[in-house]
Design a protein around this ligand. Structure first.
Ligand SMILES: Cc1cc2nc3c(=O)[nH]c(=O)nc-3n(C[C@H](O)[C@H](O)[C@H](O)COP(=O)(O)OP(=O)(O)OC[C@H]3O[C@@H](n4cnc5c(N)ncnc54)[C@H](O)[C@@H]3O)c2cc1C
Length: 422
């Protein structure tokens, strides 16, 4: 049978690190995750089976340290010129086994971007937080805490809404921020994340971007309460919950970058985040391809192999074409974010709009394609033994992450058609 590596990725982008990371994560996915992944759905609350698999990836292989500078025990990912392509490679291999793990790992890397990525590396905060992730043999997670009860899309829509709907407040008292608010849904909450990047306002209702603050809060700070994990339709490996902040005090220098700069670099969070989401689609789809090959192998229709039926072969071709196109698109999207000299800076609305365009196209095409694969597999499409239904549930959930589809459409129309979003 042909391997998933038959699907094209632009090899002119590949770095030596890419192969090492790719092989490492591929073998981890096959040996540590795939044999146990069918038990993950029931492990959504306790993570007793999920965490050991994460331990190997994050603590033993050390990928939780990846963003930090090398002299602090990290891998220097934040200073690399090939960060996004390398991340894409890792994410697609994780998602091949379990896209929820891709999301949980991505949501750990994500807040670290604020303090480890050039040109806005925050050396003081790197020194403060690197030991939490680098000097340990435990898997340690971070979380990006944005969404609030009144709506997540508006908070991510910084260009237009400018943080004016944020209800979580940060008030400066002497050398401390005092934070109050209620957040929902952040990946790795529910008691998992030990460090959170929290989106706050220093002046509720303000549209002044200087008032948009991203502040780091260790979860063990007095006044922080994580709720119970939510039970979702899938993606059990990504834990989400409410988080409450009641008079939570952290030093003033726990602010990610500074007034105006925090809001500006949220754009980078959005473009890189949307690029990463494409990798989860591609990884999952490649595993569906593998399972579909196995399904087809013994199947006969009127005494001939099922795949030799013209109608079936057409459906298979459509599925393969979708993966082929999305994988090239995803790597190109990653490369565009790495080559800011050619394509513009990652934080700018143009980069965000393009990453959102690539991401929601990937989401729509993947969901359509996997639905057709399930038709082809009939009852086996719904059978947990075949894993396709798990990917199908997870792919739908990925569509609901990091702003809605409507937000993607609005941002794309705003860029390409100069809509003003009145
Ligand atoms: C598995 C998972 C993981 C997640 N991880 C995180 C995380 O790590 N951190 C975090 O902070 N959040 C996280 N979220 C939350 C996610 O980011 C939000 O669900 C998302 O941003 C949408 O926000 P909302 O659910 O509040 O819906 P809303 O923003 O309230 O949207 C509700 C409806 O209104 C529509 N809508 C919103 N704005 C517009 C508009 N301008 N024009 C037209 N229609 C609009 C939407 O499309 C949607 O249909 C996660 C969610 C899931 C499912």
């Amino acid at each position: 049978m042909r391997s998933i590596e038959e699907f094209t990725r632009p090899l002119e982008y590949v770095t030596p690190l890419d192969k090492v990371l790719g092989d490492l994560v591929k073998s981890w996915a096959e040996n540590e995750v795939m044999p146990v992944r069918r038990q993950f759905d029931e492990d959504w609350e306790r993570h007793e089976i999920i965490l050991p698999a994460f331990k190997k990836l994050m603590a033993e292989y050390g990928l939780q340290r990846a963003p930090f500078p090398e002299d602090l025990g990290g891998m220097g990912l934040g200073r690399s010129d090939a960060t996004c392509v390398a991340v894409f490679r890792v994410f697609e291999h994780i998602a091949r086994a379990d896209s929820g793990m891709g999301l949980a790992f991505g949501a750990h890397i994500w807040p670290m971007e604020f303090i480890t990525f050039k040109p806005h590396e925050n050396r003081r905060l790197c020194e403060e937080f690197a030991p939490i992730f680098c000097d340990t043999t435990r898997p340690v997670f971070a979380a990006m805490v944005m969404t609030e009860p009144q709506g997540g899309s508006d908070i991510e829509n910084v260009e237009i809404i400018k943080g004016s709907t944020l209800q979580t407040t940060a008030v400066r008292e002497g050398d401390e921020w005092v934070i109050n608010g209620h957040k929902l849904w952040a990946s790795n909450t529910g008691g998992l994340a030990e460090l959170m990047a929290v989106y706050c306002t220093t002046n509720p209702g303000s549209e002044d971007l200087n008032d948009f603050a991203v502040i780091f809060v260790p979860s063990n700070t007095p006044g922080v309460t994580h709720g119970k994990p939510y039970e979702k339709a899938g993606m059990a490996t990504d834990m989400n919950s409410d988080v409450w902040f009641e008079d939570v005090r952290v030093p003033v220098w726990y602010r990610a970058i500074g007034p105006g700069e925090d809001a500006k670099w949220v754009g980078e969070i959005m473009s890189t985040g949307n690029m990463g989401i494409i990798a989860w689609y591609v990884g999952s789809m490649m595993n569906i391809y593998e399972r579909l090959q196995e399904f087809l192998e013994p199947r006969k229709y009127r005494g001939r192999p099922l795949k030799e039926d013209d109608g079936v072969a057409g459906a298979l071709a459509d599925f393969a074409s979708t993966i082929e196109a999305l994988r090239i698109l995803g790597y190109q999207s990653a490369r565009m974010l790495d080559r800011q000299d050619l394509y513009g800076e990652r934080w700018k609305p143009k980069a965000v709009a393009k990453a959102r365009a690539h991401r929601y196209f990937a989401a729509d095409k993947s969901l359509e394609a996997v639905g057709k694969v399930m038709n082809l597999m009939e009852a086996y499409g719904a059978d947990r033994d075949w894993d396709v239904e798990k990917h199908w549930r997870d792919l739908k959930i990925i569509q609901l992450v990091e702003g809605s589809k409507q937000l993607c459409q609005i941002e794309v129309a705003r860029w390409f058609f100069e809509c003003e979003t009145l």
